[in-house]
Write a protein that binds this ligand. Sequence first.
Ligand code: FAD
Length: 466
Amino acid sequence: MVEQKKVVIIGGGISGLTAAYYLQKDKREKQLPLDIKLYEASGHLGGKIETVKRDGFTIERGPDSFLERKKSAGRLAREVGLEDQMVPNGTGQAYILVKEKLHKMPSGSFMGVPTRIRPFLFSSLFSPAGKARAAMDLVKSKKQIEHDQSLGLFFRRRLGNQVVENLIEPLLSGIYAGDIDELSLQSTFPNFYDLEQEYGSLIKGLRKTVSKPPKNKPKPSMFRTFENGLSSLVEAVEEQLSPGVVQVNTGVDHIERKGDTYHLLLSDGTADKADAVIIAAPYFAAQRMLSQYEFMNKLKEMKATSVANVAMAFDAAAISKDIDGTGFVVSRNSKFRITACTWTHKKWPHSTPEGKVMLRCYVGKPDDQEVVNLTDEEITEIALHDLSQIMDINTQPDFSVVTRWHDSMPQYAVGHKDRLQEVTDHLERELPGIYLAGGSYRGIGLPDCIDQGEVAVEQVLKQLKL
Ligand code: FAD
């Protein structure tokens, strides 16, 4: 009889679910002798993906979409039968709030770096001196940095402080909820460094490499979700897993190597054994499970910031001064406490009933972490107060949904890639068959997490010689 190999996946967020899905797919298609188990500490799958339905609204508590350009999320969605439910985002005007005023995002900018000169020249976001400084990117010599540098340092050197503070920083903080002067270029946008090295200029490099949208055609939509929200993906993947694979309300507290087998101590006091383990849980959970290994302390050097958001539902009539756009991000030099706002009814019209409006505001700057612990009412009040400075909202929301995500945004600080490499090298040598996957490690976007789940499956199958 062929010996069964047991693979345990720890964490039922999108990374762990992807791993379970592709493992099971390989098991079915190649008749592999695999026994698969996924342990999830909380009572439900999805991790940061959580959609709620209320009064006809589809509300996301965590991520609201995925980048279509990165192929793995769309591929997974199609595999689990969600192709017909995929919805592109509405592509209205996006804004940046700088010093209490909304400015249009200059068209043709890619993560804040201009690819077209005219919209940038006419943008109200920058002074003539700021624009002249940004144009220096075209002539400024490149700088080779052997390892890593902060996003802030890199972009300030290329484009100057003003473009960084009024455009790049608010956009990047919207993704990483971190300090641009601490975040690693190598672990977030390594291609910008490559562009600098290859073309000597980010603007020139992007103009050469980014395809121009056809003239007089509407802006292409870059993001996708599903008619019934992102939780559809979680549910559809779960449906594909065989009964008994998933066990919720069961955390893995400790992992011990005994010969070629791993013994796992579970939060319900029982134990399990595995030939290979995919840890698809955040870095601090991974460190705790393997706390007897000193090399895992490297992960303790990581930090994660906390964020919260409030989705507020209104009657359309309650907004007497509306703005034509899909939302805005806030620059640090503004007095606003919210960091961004999505006009969800415009970005995702399918999510809001006719005649209604849904505004979703985010709080939790790196230097304003205490806001996350305020009450629901206080967070809603902060959002309404900030919004009232740019829109006329004449009533309280019909209802609001506040979500707090503690230690949810892993910070890829300068040197992250090297630190992670050190940990994975040790794992390979000392704990072969244990792999890390997920938002804490090699990319926080949903497609990045899906990629990591897929890669972990390949590594496991190779390790088990299957
Ligand atoms: P998680 O979703 O964190 O899942 C990890 C799971 O492991 C959790 O379910 C947890 O309970 C479980 N776990 C932890 N410890 C243990 C243990 N000891 N034993 C067993 N289980 C354990 N990305 C996008 O692409 N688009 C967006 O629009 C977007 N918006 C975001 C908005 C917010 C508010 C946040 C917080 C994130 C957003 N992201 C977005 C990032 C993205 O949501 C995450 O990076 C991604 O969901 C992480 O998935 P994961 O599976 O790696 O981790």
